[in-house]
Design a protein. Structure first.
Length: 128
C-alpha cells in the first residue's frame, strides 16, 4: 500500500461519505509504525496516543492472522475486517502484516442502505 494508493483512497472516501469519514490510519507491523493519514477535527480529541497505539495493535493482529483465517475458511484471500459499533464502523483493509483502517460514522450504513446494515436491523442488533 503505497502513498498514492492511500491518497486515492482518502480522496474517494471524502467524495463518497463526506463528513461521515472519521479517520484513516495506515499501519505496517514490520516497520513497527503507523500514520494517521486523516482524522476529522473532532475525532482525535477523544483518543490518547496510547489508545490509538492499542487500536493499531488490533489492526496489526488482524493483518498478521490473515493467513490463518484464510486456511480456516474456504473463501480465498481475506481482504478486510469490519467492526460495527453503536456509533461507528471500522473497516480494516488487509495486506500481509500491513493495511489501512478506515473509521466511519454509523450514519454511513443508513445513508448507503447497506446489506449489512439491513441485516443488523432485521436481526435486532440495531434500530436504524
Amino acid at each position: 500500500m503505497n502513498d498514492q494508493n492511500v491518497s486515492d483512497l482518502v480522496e474517494h472516501l471524502h467524495e463518497t461519505v463526506g463528513d461521515d469519514l472519521r479517520s484513516v490510519i495506515r499501519y505496517d507491523f514490520d516497520a513497527e509504525g503507523y500514520d494517521v493519514v486523516y482524522a476529522r477535527d473532532d475525532i482525535l480529541d477523544d483518543y490518547s496516543e496510547e489508545t490509538v497505539e492499542n487500536i493499531v495493535r488490533t489492526y496489526e493482529t488482524d493483518a498478521l492472522s490473515k493467513t490463518g483465517q484464510e486456511k480456516w475458511y474456504n473463501h480465498g484471500e481475506q481482504q478486510c475486517i469490519m467492526r460495527c459499533f453503536e456509533n461507528g464502523v471500522e473497516v480494516n483493509l488487509l495486506a500481509d502484516g500491513q493495511g489501512v483502517a478506515v473509521g466511519l460514522d454509523k450514519a454511513v450504513f443508513a445513508a448507503q442502505k447497506s446489506f449489512i446494515g439491513d441485516c443488523m436491523e432485521l436481526a435486532g442488533v440495531t434500530s436504524e
